[in-house]
Design a protein around this ligand. Structure first.
Ligand code: V47
Length: 630
């Protein structure tokens, strides 16, 4: 993040830390300790909220989900856990798969399964659990089994971690929850969970999962016997592994529920100040983790609501019937209704975004009187948003890939942003075009066709196409049919989440945006030998720029909101001029790009649409409609 935003603090130490944050510098252990020591909680929250907004705009994510804890019988006896019991204990329970299936509502999108380490259940039972949920409810994604469970399965069933994970993935496991991490400290482990795996094995399992394309979460159980220093060290360990794998989706601070654990007296819950500080500090320390979750079950819905302005951008979900926290005396309700979650998020001044397990947005719930601007989450769009601060608080920002923006725009849920040219062409009656957009005059570097064949040999072949935008897909069709005379190509949409895609089935694959850049840096895509830059192909053919997106504003947007959007956009573009490389540095680093590569990449783009770009738009749309009507 690089921001010119000046915040005012009561604690001068925070001013020094904010200088680091806004220059994109990583925070140290001492910074973390200073953040915990501060009494300027509001200043701390403001910083974390700014960082969260730079990542997620005003979006707060939630998922319609159901938690399952199919058994509380556990071979371990961790001191902090009031949930686990031994076999034969009066409270012991075991759920059948039938029972689990009967509890599932087809409208939910995620099941979260975690449970005791059962001494007798067979491997097949766990595999069947995932398989049958997926078979009966194909739209429900399975987030299941902590690293502790995966390691237990490996040992008990004499398999490697990779075998356990791959077998579960094959029947439908999508992601792993972040449980079982507790606090990554040997001292704490010896005190309260000495039978459980420690940090080394926990991270080993998650690293392996990430390598297999299973993304995961990571928790931190706080408010028991750990020190503040151990909390900061925990966050720093997560940050290191995330630098290596990039596979963590969300960090979840879990507030300890004392219950009858004997670790603390029964009602000695963490304070709201401690909870909010922990959320905010997590956001500030973990610069490389996309999301911070305010898990309302353990925080209470009231504290979680405030946490949404303290750096959290995720509320977990409806949850259903939850046992682990409630057995330990959690006072939150067992489940929240979707309407309640939406109203909490609105009240916090944020935009509720219903998501799937990978944070793909499924629905957006715009509040009355709010204008939503879409934020394109690509490196080439940094200049639009680096300083995009509309003067009206009712103009909100939500990160959406172009295709999703287009869909939500059609539903009337999103009102402005750099719209994929094809979406704009379809919705011209509802939207006005501004003189801004994303154009190139030559190579685009990030709209690439990876192919086993040369252009002329692609007739009748199968091409996997990005699900992120239809403009590049139409550019591909135009090039194939009109430039190269290639016919009868079979197009198949790829998944939005790259780890879901198996590219080996295809004769060619079209990738765009950050995914194209990342793959290019990794040395290409599998065994595809030919790589074609579509904008370069267009330029060589038509001697014209290519326009990927145009800024569009819904005609019905109130005049003051429209002015605020145009002003903020012009300010951001003027401010970023000449500083694009500085501003894109963190983003480019995540894609593995050097400063030089970033410089070349970003200088390829123009963001103002002049007569050459407008002519190019007409030419391109003419070609597209010509194919359609032929
Ligand atoms: O690992 C156990 C914790 C975790 C207590 O990944 C306790 O999206 C508080 O990991 N007080 C399980 N916490 C829950 C979990 C989780 C929750 C929500 C979302 C996700 C996710 C993961 O609960 C355990 C342990 O750390 N826990 N006992 C207790 N007394």
């Amino acid at each position: 993040m690089l921001s010119s935003k000046l915040l005012r603090f009561r604690d001068p130490q925070l001013a020094a830390i904010w200088e680091k944050v806004r220059h994109g510098e990583r925070l140290s252990k001492d910074d973390g300790l200073a953040l915990y020591a501060t009494h300027d909680v509001i200043g701390l929250g403001r910083m974390a909220n700014e960082v969260s907004r730079a990542k997620s705009g005003d979006s707060v994510y939630f998922v319609l989900n159901q938690k399952f804890e199919p058994t509380n019988i556990c071979v371990l006896s961790c001191k902090f856990c009031d949930f686990a019991v031994k076999k034969g204990a009066p409270e012991a329970y075991e759920q059948s798969i039938e029972e689990m299936l009967s509890m599932l509502n087809p409208n939910i999108r995620e099941v979260h399964i975690t449970m005791g380490l059962h001494p007798d259940w067979e491997w097949q039972y766990y595999v069947d659990m995932v398989r049958r949920i997926k078979e009966n409810f194909p739209l429900i994604d399975v987030k299941a089994f902590t690293a502790v469970e995966i390691d237990f399965f490996a040992k008990k069933f004499k398999k490697t971690h990779e075998e356990v994970l791959s077998e579960l993935k094959a029947v439908g496991l999508k992601t792993m929850p972040g449980g079982g991490a507790e606090v990554f400290s040997e001292r704490v482990r010896k005190l309260i969970f000495n039978q459980k795996i420690g940090a080394k094995t926990w991270f080993e399992v998650h690293r392996k999962a990430h390598r297999l394309g299973i993304q995961s979460n990571v928790t931190m159980l706080y408010g028991h016997v750990e020190t503040i220093e151990e909390r900061i060290e925990h966050m720093m360990k997560v940050r290191d592994v995330q630098d290596e794998t990039g596979g963590f989706l969300t960090f979840i601070p879990l507030a300890f529920q004392p219950g009858d654990t004997g670790i603390k007296t029964r009602n000695n819950f963490t304070s709201a100040i401690d909870d909010l500080k922990t959320i905010a500090i997590s956001r500030l320390m973990l610069d490389n983790v996309p999301h911070i979750k305010a898990y309302w079950v353990m925080l209470t819905a009231e504290v979680a609501a405030v946490a949404l302005n303290f750096g959290a951008d995720d509320m977990d979900g409806t949850v259903g019937y939850e046992r682990i926290a409630h057995d330990a005396g959690a006072t939150s309700p067992m489940q929240l209704q979707k309407e309640k979650i939406i109203s909490i998020i609105h009240e916090a001044g944020k935009i509720p975004v219903e998501r799937d397990v990978w944070y793909n947005p499924l629905h957006i719930y715009t509040a009355e009187g709010t204008t939503v601007v879409s934020k394109m989450p690509y490196l080439n769009s940094v200049p639009f948003y680096a300083e995009f601060e509309p003067s009206s608080g009712d103009v909100k920002v939500a990160p959406l890939v172009p295709h999703v923006f287009g869909e939500f725009a059609k539903e009337g849920k999103v009102d402005a942003g750099p719209m994929s040219l094809m979406d704009y062409a379809e919705q011209q009656d509802e939207f006005d075009m501004l003189d801004y957009g994303v154009a190139v005059n030559g190579k685009a570097y990030s709209v690439l066709l990876y192919s086993h064949y040369e252009w002329s040999k692609l007739s009748g072949k199968r091409i996997g196409i990005t699900g992120e935008t239809s403009t590049s897909v139409n550019l591909l069709r135009v090039l194939l049919e009109k430039k190269y005379g290639v016919k009868d190509v079979k197009f198949e949409r790829l998944h939005l989440t790259s780890s879901q895609n198996d590219y080996t089935h295809f004769d060619a694959v079209l990738l765009i945006g950050d995914e194209a850049l990342r793959r290019h840096k990794l040395g290409g895509l599998g065994t595809f030998l030919n790589v074609y830059d579509l904008a370069e192909e267009w330029h060589a053919w038509k001697k014209m720029p290519f326009v990927f997106a145009v800024w569009a504003v819904r005609k019905t947007v109130a005049g003051d909101h429209r002015e605020a959007i145009v002003e903020a956009l012009e300010h951001s573009l003027a401010f970023t001029k000449g500083k694009e490389v500085e501003l894109g540095r963190d983003h480019a680093k995540r894609l593995g790009m050097t400063r030089e590569e970033l410089g070349t990449y970003i200088s390829a783009f123009t963001y103002t649409l002049g007569s050459a770009e407008k002519e190019a738009i007409d030419t391109f749309l003419g070609e597209v409609y010509n194919i359609v009507t032929m």
